[in-house]
Design a protein around this ligand. Structure first.
Ligand SMILES: Cc1cc2nc3c(=O)[nH]c(=O)nc-3n(C[C@H](O)[C@H](O)[C@H](O)COP(=O)(O)O)c2cc1C
Length: 188
């Protein structure tokens, strides 16, 4: 698939058919992520790729996030709430859940560098998945249960989980949610 087509057609998918993803494909996705740029080539990202029983255990933990939805009761209609509760517990049936971590840092510039670099790495991974005919969704809601996830996945206290990336074969074709038309100011 041509790069611009992957960029244009990638969508956040929240419903998967559950079919496994070949290990060799997962290795290609991680390699694409690791090819991202980072300051001093520091490569702050790490990926914990959960499948099978580990993926199921991740879902048991993300299901606990639903208590935090209470904070959104004012803005979420009941149908959306039920939908979110189901999604938190199933992660859309995605067979692969990748926990993305960066080093913990108190220094603002280091944090910006780590988040910027790792965002690029995750986007590389998602575009590579699109090119492989797979789908993804980058999730930060797991922030609420990241300590429990770290224990499950053996992630030390020197690193923090910044997102979970779902990977699998799509069972839905989401609509394009649209984009802003004006996002740049051209000067000169
Ligand atoms: C950093 C980041 C965090 C996100 N967190 C969530 C999330 O917690 N739950 C969710 O359903 N989608 C999440 N998304 C997906 C966005 O909702 C989605 O990218 C956006 O609506 C645009 O849709 P598209 O990806 O299909 O173009 C996240 C996306 C990004 C980049």
């Amino acid at each position: 698939m041509e790069l611009y087509e992957a960029i244009r057609t990638r969508r956040s998918v929240r419903d998967y058919d559950g079919a496994e993803v070949d290990h060799a494909v997962l290795e290609r996705l991680v390699a694409a992520a690791g090819a991202a740029p980072s300051p001093y080539n520091a490569q702050p990202w790490r990926f914990h790729v959960a499948t099978g029983a580990t993926r199921d255990a991740v879902c048991e933990i993300t299901a606990l996030s639903t208590v935090h939805l209470q904070e959104y009761l004012d803005v979420l209609p009941p149908s959306r709430l039920a939908q979110a509760e189901h999604f938190f517990a199933s992660l859309g049936g995605a067979p692969v859940v990748i926990a993305v971590t960066v080093p913990c840092s108190d220094d603002d510039l280091s944090r910006i560098n780590e988040y910027m670099s790792t965002g690029g790495a995750v986007q590389n991974l998602m575009l590579a998945a699109t090119a492989e005919g797979l789908a993804c969704c980058n999730l930060t809601f797991a922030f609420w249960v990241r300590d429990k996830l770290s224990s499950l996945l053996g992630i030390g206290q020197d690193r923090e989980i910044v997102s979970l990336v779902l990977v699998g074969h799509p069972a839905e074709v989401p609509n394009d949610p649209g984009r802003l038309e004006t996002i740049a100011t051209y000067l000169g």
